[in-house]
Design a protein around this ligand. Structure first.
Ligand code: NDP
Length: 247
């Protein structure tokens, strides 16, 4: 899967929502999906960054994307339900969602976990994804072949000292993926997760400020897995948590 070579038109005519599309892995995934034919809905917090991704996609000659500015920290169920209505009205279909947006929060010993920061991380990394998924599932179920992808982490599979809220949020993400994969087992919606592994982004730099980032994989290096799981060739893959950089 890590060596997957996607056909150029893998995602032609598909509509795919990417969260956190203004930066890091999400920006690259949005560009890559668009370059493979998808109309991408760019969701994120910072409009300027989303506009940059939009420009990159248009300059590449890919289908024109749409921008959905949304702060997942404050967004309510009503916001997600309105978003689902707008997507339905504008596009009439939704074939895939990449839940990629996430926040690291504060790394600290457990005894010093700051409740405010904990709540924020759980809200953005877990509750917001649950609300968004709830709102979008009816549309995904209507698609002939839909992919719902969550973003996990190594610390979502094995707890690690000082990673408190982030690690707990990624365990929850793994759980949410498995629950949904089971519930969707008789539908056309396949649900999986990707653990990107150490990747050269802003989030990684804040977690490991002293490391030599030039030795890390870039978001582009991970794209074969992101394409495979979003495209029709992964139709039979369900309930899996895939390492984009297996050891
Ligand atoms: P970045 O920090 O580079 O990007 C995170 C993205 O999430 C940004 O586009 C950001 O938008 C968006 N985001 C954050 N908070 C919110 C919010 N409240 N509302 C809407 N959007 C928000 O991170 P990465 O690209 O590194 O991470 C992408 C995913 O991969 C995350 O889920 C992360 O946990 C996971 N991951 C990353 C690893 C790595 O080594 N990089 C390793 C393992 C997992 P904005 O810029 O506007 O704030």
């Amino acid at each position: 899967m890590q060596d997957y070579q996607a056909p150029q038109h893998l995602l032609k005519n598909r509509v795919i929502l990417v969260t956190g599309a203004g930066d890091g892995i999400g920006r690259q995934a949005a560009l890559t999906y668009a370059n493979h034919g998808a109309t991408v809905i760019l969701l994120g917090k910072t409009v300027k960054k989303l506009e940059q991704t939009y420009d990159m996609i248009v300059e590449a000659g890919a289908p024109e994307p749409a921008i959905v500015p949304l702060d997942m920290l404050g967004a309510t169920e009503q916001n997600y339900s309105d978003m689902a209505t707008t997507i339905d009205e504008q596009f009439g279909r939704l074939d895939g969602v990449l839940h990629n947006a996430g926040m690291l929060g504060v790394l600290s010993p457990f005894e010093q976990i700051d409740l405010e920061s904990w709540d924020k991380v759980l809200k953005v990394n877990v509750t917001a994804q649950m609300m968004m998924t709830k709102a979008l599932l009816p549309q995904l179920k209507k698609a002939e072949d839909a992919a719902l992808i969550f973003t996990s982490s190594g610390v979502g599979k094995k707890g690690r000292a000082y990673w408190g809220s982030y690690s707990v949020s990624k365990f929850a993400t793994e759980g949410m993926m498995e629950i949904l994969a089971d519930e969707m087992s008789n539908t056309s919606v396949r649900v999986n997760a990707i653990n990107p592994g150490a990747t050269r982004t802003g989030m990684r730099a804040s977690a490991y400020p002293a490391e030599d980032a030039s030795k890390l994989k870039t978001p582009l290096d991970l794209m074969p897995v992101y394409l495979y799981l979003m495209g029709p060739e992964s139709k039979e893959v369900r309930g899996q948590s895939i390492d984009a950089q297996p050891k």
